[in-house]
Design a binder for this molecule. Sequence first.
Ligand code: FNR
Length: 184
Amino acid sequence: VLGFAGSLRRASYNKGLVRAAADVAPSGIAIQIVDLADIPLYNQDVEDAGEPESVVRFKLAIATADALLVATPEYNHGTSGVLKNAIDWASRPRITSPLKDKPVAVMGASPGRGSTARAQAQLREAFVFTGACVMPQPELLVPEAGSHFDGDGNVTDPELRQRIAELVDALRYWASRIRIREAA
Ligand code: FNR
């Protein structure tokens, strides 16, 4: 599973969610974490001249993963530009995009009460257009993140760690259903 968060912040709650997923993943599931910091802003002129090395690496990592686990922050009632930008790169060219048919689970944490509900809805919508298969349930929304994380963005709440493990397990089942459908 390839995991990434749409925040560049060192002590990001959403990076912390992905790290916790790697810690608590059931046996047999390895989560490889990538950072989106070196992905440049999407520019079709740059793409036409040849994709930057960081984008090639990112797309290859998506292509070789069985599934994606994505944590989104919420900025102004939407997902972050960092995350949307990375998806925009990975969605191109549409016909060979590694996102097509890729099983994806989304999650998110924010200090407010809205808990990234709107960001996750927007992210799901973008993934649907790329042809990715976004897992409908369970949802993982973490409001008032300050009480579930330490100052370095590590998940300290055992109940949340358990919910993250359940999400990863559900993603395994979701990915297996998609593989069966593709093989049929
Ligand atoms: C925010 N934040 C925020 N939170 C939220 O729940 N709903 C929102 O619409 C917004 N809007 C927003 C806009 C901008 C520009 C910033 C910088 C922040 C707060 C945000 O959830 C908080 O900074 C999180 O800590 C960001 O996620 P990471 O970096 O901890 O993963």
